[in-house]
Design a protein around this ligand. Structure first.
Ligand SMILES: C[S@@+](CC[C@H](N)C(=O)[O-])C[C@H]1O[C@@H](n2cnc3c(N)ncnc32)[C@H](O)[C@@H]1O
Length: 318
């Protein structure tokens, strides 16, 4: 593995009760590192994370650490009952300080997101010099600043890609970079709940409970590389790098994962006293950590153009 073990451990520790997310996010880091996108970020000054959310991704990717007794995921409490109806249970203010014991080495000049609750958490992580709230669908990030580097892992959630790409072009300096992940057309096929279960009405209630609206509402754009290249070119963005990201096997594992049990695990974890809690978590990580690391290695060694579900693009304004 070329990625720092400490970064992998960081993600697994954070996502110990949502290991499928730990898997996906660690592989994101691998792709960003091997493609050179991470080095480009470190060498840029005016950087924007478009759709930064609570900022935890870059906090963890940069080696940031919370106090071991602080579990970020289990701070979500208000909306747990709404979880199965598709509510984002993390769209909730924390109402207390986040105990950070190690700062992230990654720093962004700006972070942008639509949700003020998530931005209030991002503000405590020290990853962003300034946070901006706005709707990317209306290109509200445009004209606030001119950036050298824009990163986004939410492009496929947005409505009108040609409009967004034009906004990105306008927001970049000449030679500025735009780095983003985008699902390819087979992404929906390889999701069990987007596939046969979803199409068979006898599974309706079950699928609705565990898919939580993701299939119908979250993913707005799933496009082939040719389609994306054409849109980028029309917006004045040249593709400098495009690599396959996330195998079909990883996406299938992720699609079920531990997500359906999150409210139950969260309620259980909150009832464990602090001493036992750390012991439970560490046992869990001791047993599952090595298996997850094997999955990460398998994903990286099996990835090819034929079995990938996403692509990572590095573009340049010309
Ligand atoms: C899956 S989260 C990713 C968050 C973060 N980048 C990360 O890696 O953890 C998707 C994010 O996109 C944001 N988002 C969705 N639609 C948006 C829009 N129209 N404008 C700005 N942010 C948006 C959500 O609020 C959420 O924080």
């Amino acid at each position: 593995m070329t990625l720092d073990e400490a970064v992998i451990d960081n993600f697994l520790d954070f996502f110990w009760c949502r290991l499928e997310s730990g898997l996906w996010r660690t592989i994101d880091c691998f792709s960003l590192q091997t493609s050179g996108a991470l080095d480009l970020l470190k060498n840029s000054r005016k950087t924007l994370d478009l759709g930064c959310g609570d900022g935890c991704f870059w906090f963890l990717a940069g080696g940031g650490k919370f106090h071991p007794k602080f579990d970020f995921l289990f701070q979500a409490t208000e909306n747990l009952a709404e979880f199965y109806r598709g509510k984002d249970v993390f769209d909730d203010s924390l109402g207390k300080e986040i105990p950070i014991i190690k700062r992230s080495k990654v720093q962004f000049y700006r972070g942008f997101d639509i949700k003020s609750t998530l931005l209030s958490k991002a503000d405590m992580l020290g990853v962003y010099r300034k946070l901006i709230q706005g709707d990317a669908n209306n290109n509200e990030f445009v004209e606030a600043e001119i950036y050298d580097y824009i990163f986004s892992n939410i492009i496929y959630w947005l409505d009108d890609l040609p409009k967004i790409f034009a906004g990105i072009h306008k927001s970049l300096s000449d030679g500025g970079k735009f780095v983003f992940f985008m699902p390819v057309d087979r992404f929906l096929e390889c999701r069990p709940f987007g596939g046969e279960l979803f199409l068979d009405s006898s599974y309706d209630d079950f699928v609705r409970a565990i898919d939580r609206g993701r299939f119908v509402s979250d993913i707005k754009n799933v496009l082939s590389e040719e389609e994306i290249r054409a849109m980028l070119g029309a917006a004045g963005l040249k593709v400098r790098h495009c690599s396959p990201h996330l195998t079909m096997s990883t996406i299938k594992l992720w699609d079920v994962g531990m997500r359906p049990f999150f409210p139950l695990l969260s309620n259980m974890a909150k009832r464990i006293n602090t001493h036992d809690y750390l012991e439970v978590k560490n046992t869990w990580l001791k047993d599952w950590g090595p298996l997850l690391k094997d999955l990460i290695v398998a994903d990286r060694s099996n990835i090819s153009g034929e079995n990938c579900c996403f692509k990572l693009y590095i573009c340049e304004k010309y």
